[in-house]
Design a protein around this ligand. Sequence first.
Ligand SMILES: CSCCC(=O)C(=O)COP(=O)(O)O
Ligand SMILES: [Mg+2]
Length: 234
Amino acid sequence: MSGIGAVVTDIEGTTSSIAFVREVLFPYARRALPGFLQEHHDRPDVAQWLRRVAEETQQSADDLDGITETLLAWTDADRKHTALKALQGMIWVDGYEKATYAAPVYGDAAEALRAWHARGIPLYVYSSGSVPAQKLFFGFTEHGDLRPLFSGYFDTETGGKRDAASYRAIATAIGKPAAELLFLSDIVEELDAAREAGWRTVLVDRRSDYPEARTREAANGHPRVERFDQIAGL
Ligand SMILES: CSCCC(=O)C(=O)COP(=O)(O)O
Ligand SMILES: [Mg+2]
């Protein structure tokens, strides 16, 4: 960890299991989406995203059923579209507040994040999940409220996670040289983009999420760990 000025972490497959996102959060949002849109489509924060979907898919903004179908299809395809992510985040509030689920942050991740924070290393999140969804996620974890550990959050409003320009924009927002920033992710293409922007990178390759360890070649030159406590020695 020498020379690291800030750590930026992904969520799904890095701090928490892929299964939680795909088998708990996504189905919950999918089930609730039609009713949520029927009830709240006039709310300005909802309507702005429905307009965005209508424009991009050349549907009428009044065709709520059509837009709902599009969003359900995007859910099934795991599209990381900013509008879908914003709406999912609004729906998940209920599930967290009613304790239907809590974010199962990996114990080694919670411990390392706490230790880095205690050492004064600023921590950030960069996830496809919307910033409000990220705050919910870290606010309601099985290890308590981890939000005090984080200095900031970034989502796809900053740009796509496989696009080097996003990491340049995040470095500017954080205000540290790219070479001092460390990005943690389970997705090699995201790490490639961060490295292209001059960042340091670590591939988090957890056996519970990826039963087959990524080969050196598949890791594409990124240092590889299976748990956060192995990052300290890098
Ligand atoms: C904020 S929790 C929901 C995560 C999510 O919606 C998602 O698509 C996962 O993306 P990530 O960039 O964290 O792998
Ligand atoms: Mg991920």
